[in-house]
Design a protein around this ligand. Structure first.
Ligand code: GAL
Length: 713
């Protein structure tokens, strides 16, 4: 395979520079006896796979006693696979240290909020902040790297496994000490920390860094938001440092290896920082049939698409090192099961939204341990059945489109601000029962997804040129340095939409002393916020606690009444809407005009939504939160005038659409995420690459059917 390390900075538009679509399955030779190895390799090759991933939980096999290494099982497995044309990606095994390590060095265990150390036999129980654990991590990484340095079948590495997915938190002694060192380096003087954390509120001031404590959730009332934000900044920094240790060793031993990490939950990772910059590309694991999340998001298609688009917004095109193939389960829960054709549909969805490689999790299910019902491509009885057949079909199809696909990015007309660590973390330090920026973003995202509008996530530091509309969902921390480049983009024709509370805190998490949205954005949007207050969410139970449902899925609670919720309404485009979550009282400055007005109670006739034209573009300010109904108006009043139209018209329910393109190629993916057939009347002509369309005029897309067509670029 040919892989080139990208010289381009992190960007949503950045593809992986390779000629190979990595395709395969995570493989656990340590779970079966060696008589399986040859047959496994033959079957992977017959399926059309070119790669496998191994060893992420096998430290105890590779280092059975401290300092004694034995890589022979993996040598043999890698060799057998190599003979069948299958390469291997290895993993540093640091998610599961051997028992001798946690026994002899118990200080490496994470400690929970009650002071209880984690137990052995689980995973991610070792504290990535611990200097002792970092020393062992470097040791096993070096031993593995040196052993496999010249093995031609080892092509790349995954660092650890889903860092922070099980937990990112630790309250161990080591964490506290490292936190203090981090803070001392950041602030230099304790007075600076006291200022940042608001030490004069509730006697939070310290005399020196040794006194600084970790912020427990309940202590017994909330901690300073500045303290909490810095704790999460520290966790993200320590996570990146832990990974850096490993990357440095792997790169020094063999610079030709590619290195990635497989992200699970996107927790306490700063995707624009060294964590991503030091990797060659990112991997994201997807399990789209987690029932509760599907419920919240109205189906597996939307759940998966938003995860994929969020991921791509963080770091550009990626691989999917794990994508569910069958039912998944651990003792407390299980997922739904992909129906025939659905696993392939999910794989195409991943590809359509930025995957340049994909592994079906997992090759076979384990017969023991905490995931015995996490099904693989094979079954427990070692028989390949429908999931294996489907993987084989996908392999043939991906081969046929690979040439046109690789090197392309995903088209995006509507960019939603995403991927900013501070803005993600600042919200939970003081949520006030409001939707997070991402939850609010999903209201607009879901609307675009259902309409077939190319929407995704992008950071303001990224190249905004290709997008037409940029929506900023309540980013509390807005850096002034972003304003200039965003303004330039607006002047050349972009439409910027700012929403309530944007820019109202500073980097220390203090409320700013100017009116929101702060000097530079006020000048840009022509508006200042004079007053703000909470409103009940649509269909929500009240202002507190945070309900995590914002009209995406129509909760069944009784409709709010005038007396229970104090309904506030606004007029936008001649229609009256009920406002949710927050109102703002706006004062318009020179050049701005109201396009939406409050229409009842004490705000009646005052501006609710403003617009200001600058150069060829426009800046809107929305003094409230989006609802499903307002998102409709958003499309009519903001997206359409900005030239945003659906990729295909009249998209039937359950069908999703996405485009991957570059200067020479343009692939349109039309995928049926539902089990029922759908009629699609308006697919543009082009060279058909993959198609399940049938019926008169080829308009019927069967349940889970896929259609990929190359359009004129
Ligand atoms: C992922 C993890 C895998 C496996 C899978 C199913 O989070 O990386 O090792 O556990 O989930 O639970």
């Amino acid at each position: 395979m040919h892989f080139k390390r990208s010289q381009r900075p992190i960007s949503v538009w950045r593809p992986i520079e390779t000629d190979t679509f990595l395709l395969g399955a995570p493989h656990y030779p340590e779970h079966v006896d060696e008589s399986y190895l040859e047959r496994d390799a033959e079957r992977m090759a017959a399926a059309g796979f070119n790669v496998t991933r191994m060893a992420e939980f096998a430290w105890h096999i590779m280092e059975p006693r401290e300092g004694q290494y034995d890589f022979s099982l993996f040598d043999r497995a890698i060799e057998v696979l190599g003979k069948h044309g299958i390469s291997t990606m290895l993993c540093t095994p640091t998610a599961t240290p051997p028992r001798w390590l946690t026994y002899h060095y118990p200080e490496v265990l994470r400690v929970d909020v009650n002071g209880r150390p984690a137990s052995h036999g689980s995973r991610q129980h070792a504290d990535t902040c611990s200097p002792v654990y970092r020393m062992h991590s470097r040791r096993i990484t070096r031993a593995m790297a040196e052993h496999f340095a010249s093995n031609p079948n080892v092509v790349g590495w995954q660092t650890d496994n889903e860092l922070n997915t099980s937990t990112s938190l630790s309250y161990s002694e080591a964490t506290r000490r490292e936190f203090q060192i981090f803070l001392e380096q950041k602030y230099g003087q304790i007075e600076a920390l006291n200022h940042a954390w608001g030490g004069d509120f509730w006697a939070g001031a310290y005399q020196n860094f040794d006194q600084v404590v970790l912020p427990f959730d309940m202590a017994p009332v909330s901690n300073s938001p500045g303290h909490v934000l810095d704790y999460h900044r520290f966790l993200a920094w320590a996570t990146a440092r832990f990974q850096s240790d490993q990357i440095e060793i792997l790169r020094a031993v063999n610079p030709d290896w590619f290195i990635f990490h497989n992200i699970g939950k996107m927790v306490d990772i700063d995707f624009r920082g060294p964590f991503t910059r030091e990797l060659d590309f990112m991997g994201y694991d997807f399990y789209p049939l987690l029932h509760d999340e599907m419920q919240r998001l109205g189906g597996p298609g939307l759940l998966q698409a938003q995860q994929l688009d969020t991921a791509r917004g963080h770091s550009g095109n990626f691989i999917v090192p794990e994508q569910m193939s069958g039912m998944g389960s651990q003792p407390p829960f299980s997922t739904l099961t992909p129906e025939p054709g659905e696993m392939r549909r999910m794989a195409f969805s991943s590809v359509s939204r930025g995957a340049d490689g994909l592994m079906f999790f997992r090759w076979r299910p384990a017969h023991f341990g905490a995931e015995i019902y996490w099904m693989g491509l094979l079954d427990h009885d070692d028989h390949p059945r429908r999931r294996y057949e489907e993987a084989m079909q996908f392999a043939t199809e991906i081969k046929s489109i690979k040439q046109d696909l690789l090197g392309s990015h995903v088209r995006m007309d509507v960019g939603i601000a995403g991927g900013d660590f501070d803005n993600q973390e600042v919200h939970p330090t003081y949520p006030m029962g409001l939707p997070s920026p991402h939850e609010d973003a999903l209201v607009l995202y879901a609307h675009c997804y259902r309409k077939g509008i190319a929407a995704g996530f992008i950071h303001p530091e990224d190249d905004l040129t290709p997008i037409k509309v940029f929506y900023v969902p309540h980013w509390l921390i807005w850096k002034d340095e972003w304003t200039g480049r965003v303004e330039e983009w607006v002047r050349s024709g972009g439409t910027l939409v700012l929403s309530a509370r944007t820019g109202s805190r500073n980097a220390d998490n203090h409320v700013i002393r100017d009116p929101a949205p702060g000097k530079s954005l006020s000048d840009l949007a022509g508006v200042t916020v004079e007053e703000f207050g909470r409103l009940a969410p649509i269909n929500g139970d009240g202002l507190f606690p945070h309900t995590r449902d914002y009209g995406l899925n129509g909760r069944k609670s009784p409709a709010p009444t005038e007396s229970s919720t104090r309904k506030y309404t606004l007029l936008f485009g001649n229609t009256e809407y009920t406002a949710a979550n927050m109102y703002e009282r706006l004062r318009l400055l020179d050049g701005a005009e109201a396009v939406g007005t409050w229409s009842n109670r004490f705000l009646e006739s005052e501006p609710a939504i403003s617009v200001r034209s600058i150069g060829k573009g426009r800046v809107f300010y929305i003094g409230t939160y989006l609802t499903d109904q307002l998102a409709e108006a958003f499309e009519a009043q903001i997206l359409r005038p900005a030239g945003v139209t659906p990729l295909i018209q009249d998209l039937p329910e359950g069908v999703e659409v996405s485009v991957r393109e570059n200067e020479t190629n343009r692939l349109l993916f039309v995928l049926n995420t539902s089990a029922e057939e759908r009629i699609i009347r308006s697919i543009p002509d082009g060279k058909v690459l993959v198609s399940d369309l049938r019926g008169e005029g080829s308009t019927v897309l069967p349940g889970y059917g896929c259609h990929v067509v190359a359009l004129q670029a």
